[in-house]
Ligand binder design. Structure first.
Ligand code: ADP
Ligand code: MG
Length: 569
């Protein structure tokens, strides 16, 4: 078994290893430490979070610096303030028996002067975020032209956050013959570029599988009208029962608004923005980590440095201005070798920005359609079926089986299945009948609401070769109306729904009196629910409590009972 004793570490550092209770070196440590101690070399090391990278570069760096010289010899660059502080504390522990070692952290949001003072008093190692570091260099408060070692920690993360240019400038202030040690969890193209441009034949160490950070995220654009944005968001969420997402908005107000709307609509959502107290933010983050919160709605600033693995989707409710910000957002997903989706909800006016992002980020955006009701229902039922399949049954159910069998004796397996799924199906269909694609209460739709609108049922659906678009065309022709006069068209397998202004009710009923389609009699009726639009539920300020999951596959009675939505009867 590997031991810290034969890695080549000095006595004072080994004492710290023992003091800290490290028994055996991690894989990255046993691979990197001897290399860095023996050879004067550049290094690219790839290893997941939590594999002990700090010690892998920390111990060699501490061993190599000359504590008698009061000049900056080692520079560590890390993406966030939290990481800088973490690395500084960790290194302080490693160096506890190495007298005269001085390490300082510099990062934004704290006094520049104080940081400059501590640098002046003579330090050998500076741990810094790119922005503040560049600031200090340019203000001549810090010189890095004599450093011997430069560590880029979490390089992929830094580039994700748009620090490419900053890092390039920083490196331009360092001496040509310094050594660069790059640590990263993934190897996207930007990281490879840094390695190629600024490193000389680096030793490569990989722990676990090498993965391509940049390509594990796919990018999609949904073009929707401003009025349909929220409804589209819900459809996207509904269409993936496994979704675990961060939704980005541009302002604190919008962030709060969207989170509240989602909570009102029964989703497990939470808001994260700068107007919340630290305590509130901590609570929301804890809930998100534990997955009690399924959807985190956040501002760019508040979401900096979110390090939750397994986020399946990043949704841009509003696009950012800068391509770098887009990169930082989408970098929250597709981590640790997983695939991720970055979805943009765009209006027509966002098109140019998307083209600009494509060019600048060299990423391909796919255009996608907002999920159809039929598709959502299919996914939800499939997920329900999967869950049923994977349910582990406790033995104690046995004693109840005779009762259940007796009660259900007259029903065969097929019918039973239909009943089990039929219930979920009805609920979903009912829901979309009411809360459909254009059901937002916005100023644009309110003029319509004034006169009232009526929702119709028609007995033609996908089975008859329709989708919502062709259904709309069919209705337009049959009713001799404009496409705009027919809205909220939803097509399910056997039937469809659509709305028209209340004033046109008679016209619609009259028009379909004696109509056939492919030999079938077409039947059109006014639905009982009417055409009501929108969710009138008033939001409760500061409500971050999580409500029961709205996934249709879970304990349906309970969740629907608590739901504010009027569509469920
Ligand atoms: P990474 O940078 O790869 O995400 P860290 O360097 O932050 O990982 O280390 C993660 C945790 O593991 C830290 O709390 C650190 O103290 C601990 N650790 C590092 N190396 C060892 C080791 N050899 N034995 C036990 N714990 C270790
Ligand atoms: Mg680390």
């Amino acid at each position: 078994m590997q031991s810290f004793l034969n890695l080549g570490l000095d006595e004072d550092l080994l004492k710290a290893v023992q003091q800290m209770g490290f028994e055996t070196p991690s894989e990255i440590q046993s691979k990197a430490i001897p290399q860095l101690l023996e050879k004067e070399t550049d290094l690219v090391a790839l290893a997941q979070t939590g594999t002990g990278k700090t010690a892998a570069f920390g111990f060699p760096l501490l061993q190599k610096i000359d504590t008698k010289r009061k000049v900056v010899q080692g520079l560590i660059i890390a993406p966030t303030r939290e990481l800088c502080l973490q690395i500084t504390t960790e290194l302080g522990k490693y160096a506890q028996f190495k007298k005269g070692t001085r390490i300082v952290a510099v990062y934004g949001g704290a006094s520049v002067r104080e940081q400059a003072e501590s640098i002046k008093s003579g330090v050998q190692i500076v741990v810094a975020t790119p922005g503040r570091l560049l600031d200090l260099i340019q203000r001549k408060m810090l010189r890095i032209d004599q450093i011997e070692y430069c560590v880029l920690d979490e390089a992929d993360e830094m580039l994700n956050m748009g620090f490419y240019q900053d890092i390039k400038s920083i490196l331009s202030y360092t001496p040509e013959d310094k050594l660069t040690w790059l640590f990263s969890a993934t190897m996207p193209a930007e990281v490879a570029q840094i390695a190629k441009e600024f490193m000389h034949r680096p030793v490569e160490i990989t722990v676990g599988s090498k993965n391509e950070g940049a390509t594990s995220v796919s990018h999609f654009v949904y073009t929707v009208s401003a009025r349909n944005k929220y409804a589209a968001l819900k459809r996207i969420v509904d269409s993936d029962p496994q979704l675990f997402a961060v939704i980005f908005c541009r302002t604190k107000r919008e962030t709060q608004k969207i989170a509240e709307k989602l909570i009102e609509d029964g989703y497990n959502a939470g808001a994260l923005h700068g107007d919340l107290s630290q305590n509130q933010r901590d609570l929301v983050m804890a809930g998100f980590r534990k997955r009690q919160i399924q959807i985190l709605v956040a501002t760019d600033v508040a979401a900096r440095g979110i390090d939750v693995d397994d986020i399946t989707h990043v949704i841009h409710y509003q696009l950012p201005d800068e391509p770098e910000t887009y990169n930082h957002r989408s970098g929250r997903t597709g981590r640790a070798g997983k695939t991720g989706h970055s979805l943009c909800l765009c209006t027509n006016s966002d098109r140019r920005k998307i083209e600009q992002f494509e060019r600048k980020l060299k990423k391909k955006f796919n255009f996608a359609e907002v999920p159809s009701v039929a598709g959502i229902i299919e996914n939800q039922l499939k997920s329900l079926a999967d869950k049923l399949k994977d349910t582990e049954v406790d033995e104690s159910i046995e004693s109840y089986m005779p009762l259940l069998e007796e009660t259900l004796a007259s029903i065969d397996r097929d019918t039973l299945l239909r009943k089990v799924f039929g219930e979920a199906y009805n609920r979903l269909a009912q829901y979309y009948l009411k809360e459909n694609f254009s059901s937002e209460n916005t100023s644009e739709s309110s003029s319509r609401a004034k006169h009232g609108e009526v929702r119709f049922f028609i007995n033609l659906g996908e089975r008859d070769g329709f989708n919502w678009k062709s259904m709309k065309d069919y209705l337009k022709d049959a009713l001799e109306l404009q496409r705009e006069d027919i809205f909220k068209v939803d097509t399910l397998n056997n039937f469809s729904f659509f709305n028209v202004d209340a004033g046109l009710t008679d016209l619609v009923l009259e028009a379909f009196k004696d109509t056939e389609h492919n030999g079938y009699r077409v039947s059109v009726e006014v639905t009982k629910q009417g055409g009501g639009s929108g969710d009138k539920g008033k939001s409760k300020k500061g409500n971050f409590k999580t409500k029961p999951s709205r996934n249709f596959s879970k304990n349906s009675k309970k969740t629907t009972g608590k739901r504010k939505r009027k569509g469920f009867y």
